[in-house]
Design a protein around this ligand. Sequence first.
Ligand code: GAL
Length: 355
Amino acid sequence: MNKKLVSAAVAATMVLSLGAMASADDAKTVGILMPTQSSERWINDGANMKAQLEEKGYNVELQYAEDDTAQQVSQLENYIGKQVDCLVIAAIDSGVLVNAEAQAKEAGIPIIAYDRLLMDTDAVSYYATFDNKGVGTVIANYIKEHKDLDAAREAGESYTIEFFMGSPDDNNALFLYNGIMEVLQEYLDDGTLVCKSGRTSFEDTCILRWSQETAQANCENILTANYADEDLDIACTAFDGFAYGVKAALLGAGYSADNWPLVTGQDAEVMATKNIIDGTQTMSIYKDTRLLASKAVTMVDAVLQGTEPEINDTEQYDNGAIVVPTYMCTPVAVDQSNYQEVLIDGGYYTEDQLK
Ligand code: GAL
């Protein structure tokens, strides 16, 4: 290469690298807040969103608060102080975030609610979630079909059932409960389903912070107090973590394959799927976190690039201040009959992960 060409090449390289630096510096920063790493699903949610946003050229900061509400508030305040360009929040208890969200709005930082609705604030632009009531109806219809409740009713037979519902500070939990009762209430009313503990209301069955330990303790107490002479037939739980707690309580109470109840869950975590394969959990709800992340990313694009995000609900999610434009993904029931097709063939898990 002659001298002229060399210096032209050097100059071109400099322009290119300066250009790359400029675009990296110009890149907008998205601050993500996630509730906890104690459950595998949130780790996947955070990782998927980070990867998808980075692929689009955004800088990403990702923080977990380990179910500590004060920590999540300070993480949010920290992002506002750093002047991130957009926030994506999966709240622990959205009630405590309201003031900081108002500060974000003041500072011109748009907010996307992720999976859990942010309540009592007008600072939220969009909400990406799964059909939370739909999760409840899918769980309840699974119970209805697999126990053939209509046939049981005809024959004058009954099944025992206990409920383990979600956290009262998470808007999703009541939606899910309402979906369940929309299907099962009539069978409780006519005695086809018998809840021996008498705990059927949301207030009596909700579990703060979706705690596996509390679910286990509640199940142990219920089994001791109410099921000494009769087996529990159905454990209707709202979360894989609860199904793990229920499994431990059932094992402790001497249940085996012969009398193991139908146990429901939500999230189709790896451990839940393994339990489905070995029969200690009957079903779960598959919520593709890749899909949810991609919907949230379109919302980030919308607020930062002025594009239009896909929205399919403008009515259900009234947060007490505004009705938040929402995209609801569709939940799918998984059990022994379809986990291979849905989870493995669908590329969500590898066969090896489930061994
Ligand atoms: C809910 C979510 C569920 C489950 C639960 C506990 O908000 O809808 O899928 O993950 O939190 O983490």
